[in-house]
Design a protein around this ligand. Structure first.
Ligand code: FAD
Length: 374
C-alpha cells in the first residue's frame, strides 16, 4: 500500500470493505462451534491489512498512528459490519501490535513486524480465571504455568501477547511461542461470536526467554493506552450495529412494510441510534489521543457505553420491526443479533461509567469545552 498518506488510508479502507463483503457471504457457514475465519484472515494478510498497523519504517501503513485514527475506525467498522468475529480478531491483532510497538524493544517490534508481514494473526490474551499464568524463573528465562480464558483465536494464534505474573507479583506482558500450548474451545459454547474461537489456552510447561518479556511491570494497565484503546472495540461494535440496521431496512422494504408509520418511526429511531454510535466512535478515535490522558480515558469510557446503548436499542427496535423472522435461522439478522448481543459484553461497564463521571465531577471545565481541541 504505497502512495500518499491519503491514498494509503483509502486503500486500507477499500481493502477492509472487500474482505468484509467476503466475510459477510461466509458468515452463516462459520456460525458453528469451534469455527474460525481462516480464509478471511488470509485475505486480510493478502491485502496488506495485517501489516497495515505497523509504521512505514517496518513495512506498514501507519494505520495505528493517531494521524490515521479515522481510517482505522473505518477499517474496524467495515470488518465488524461484515463479520463481528472477524472484526474482533483483527482488533486483537491491532492491539497486540500497538502494545509491542509502544512497550517493546526494537528487536521485539521487528519480530512482530516480520510475523505480521508473513501473515501471522496476533492477539492479546489478558482474561484469566482464578489462577492465570505464572512465570517461574528458569535458567535465563521463565517456565510458564497456568492458563488464559476467553482468548480469541485460541489454537490459531501462534504468537499471542499474554499477561502473566512474575514471582514478585508484578504483571508482565509476554509473547511466547504458543505452538504447543493446549487450546481448548470446549468451553466456548457462546450464544454468538462462535467463529471468534474465544477459548482457553493452557501454557503450562512452555518456556519464555527474557527477550520475550515486553515492557515493564504493569505496563499493560498503563493509561491512557489501556482504557482508551477500548475505542477500537466500539468501532467494531458500530460496524455490526450499522449492518443490523441495513438488514432490517432491506427486510422492511422487501416485505413492503417500510411505509407503515409505526415501522417508519422505528426505522427513524434506529437510524438515530446508529448515527449516535457512529459519532461517538469517530469522536473516541480522536479523543483517545488527547494529550490529557484522564480526559482521553473518560471520553472513551463514555463512548463505549454510548455505543453499547445504541446497539441494545437497535437490537430491540429491529426485533420489534422484523418480528419472529428475526429469530429464525438462517435469516442473517438472527445470527448478527446473537453476535452483537454477545460481543457487546465487555469488561467492567459500570466502572467505565462511574469513573468517567468522577472525572467530570473533578473537572472545572464546562462540559461543552471538556474535550475541545482547538
Ligand atoms: C467475543 C469475545 C471475545 C473475547 N476475546 C478476548 C481476548 O481475545 N482476550 C481477552 O483477554 N479477553 C477476551 N474477551 C473477554 C473480555 O475482554 C471480557 O473479559 C469479557 O467480555 C467480560 O465480560 P463480562 O460481561 O463477564 O464482564 P464483567 O466485567 O464481569 O461485567 C459483568 C457485570 O459485572 C459488573 N462488574 C464488573 N466487575 C465487578 C465487580 N468487581 N463487582 C461488582 N460488579 C462488577 C460489570 O459492570 C457488569 O455489570 C472476549 C470477550 C468476548 C465477548
Amino acid at each position: 500500500m504505497a502512495g500518499s498518506i491519503q491514498d494509503v488510508r483509502r486503500a486500507c479502507v477499500d481493502a477492509a470493505r472487500g474482505v468484509a463483503a467476503q466475510a459477510a457471504r461466509c458468515g452463516a457457514a462459520l456460525d458453528t462451534d469451534d469455527s474460525f475465519p481462516a480464509r478471511e484472515i488470509e485475505a486480510l494478510s493478502r491485502c496488506g491489512l495485517l501489516r497495515a498497523p505497523l509504521p512505514a519504517r517496518l513495512g506498514g501503513s501507519d494505520l495505528a498512528e493517531p494521524l490515521c485514527a479515522n481510517a482505522l475506525a473505518l477499517v474496524l467498522s467495515a470488518l465488524g459490519g461484515g463479520s463481528l468475529p472477524l472484526g474482533r480478531l483483527y482488533e486483537g491483532h491491532v492491539n497486540a501490535l500497538t502494545l509491542i510497538l509502544r512497550y517493546g524493544t526494537p528487536a521485539q517490534a521487528g519480530a512482530a513486524a516480520i510475523r505480521a508481514q508473513e501473515g501471522e494473526l496476533l492477539a492479546v490474551w489478558n482474561t484469566e480465571g482464578a489462577q492465570g499464568v505464572r512465570l517461574e524463573p528458569h535458567r535465563d528465562g521463565f517456565r510458564l504455568e497456568g492458563a488464559k480464558i476467553l482468548a480469541s483465536g485460541a489454537g490459531f494464534v501462534r504468537y499471542p501477547l499474554i499477561t502473566a505474573r512474575a514471582p514478585s507479583g508484578a504483571l508482565l506482558m509476554v509473547v511466547p511461542d504458543a505452538a504447543t500450548a493446549k487450546a481448548d474451545l470446549a468451553g466456548w459454547r457462546a450464544q454468538g461470536m462462535r467463529a471468534s474461537a474465544s477459548g482457553a489456552v493452557d501454557f503450562s510447561g512452555l518456556f519464555a526467554s527474557a527477550e520475550e518479556i515486553v515492557g515493564g511491570p504493569d505496563d499493560y494497565h498503563r493509561q491512557p493506552l489501556f482504557s482508551a484503546g477500548a475505542w477500537r472495540f466500539a468501532a467494531v461494535h458500530y460496524g455490526g450495529i450499522a449492518a443490523l440496521f441495513d438488514l432490517a431496512r432491506a427486510h422492511l422494504v422487501k416485505t413492503a412494510r417500510a411505509d407503515d408509520p409505526h415501522q417508519a418511526a422505528r426505522l427513524g429511531q434506529a437510524a438515530i441510534a446508529v448515527e449516535t454510535a457512529r459519532l461517538w466512535t469517530f469522536g473516541a478515535a480522536q479523543a483517545a489521543h488527547l494529550e490529557d490522558a484522564e480526559a482521553a480515558v473518560a471520553y472513551v469510557d463514555l463512548a463505549r457505553l454510548a455505543v453499547e446503548r445504541a446497539g441494545l436499542d437497535v437490537l430491540e427496535l429491529v426485533h420489534r420491526s422484523v418480528g419472529l423472522s428475526a429469530f429464525m435461522r438462517p435469516h442473517p439478522i438472527e445470527r448478527l443479533s446473537r453476535d452483537l448481543a454477545t460481543y457487546l459484553r465487555q469488561p467492567a461497564p459500570d466502572r467505565a461509567l462511574t469513573e468517567a463521571a468522577r472525572f467530570l465531577a473533578r473537572s472545572e471545565r464546562p462540559i461543552g469545552e471538556q474535550w475541545e481541541r482547538p
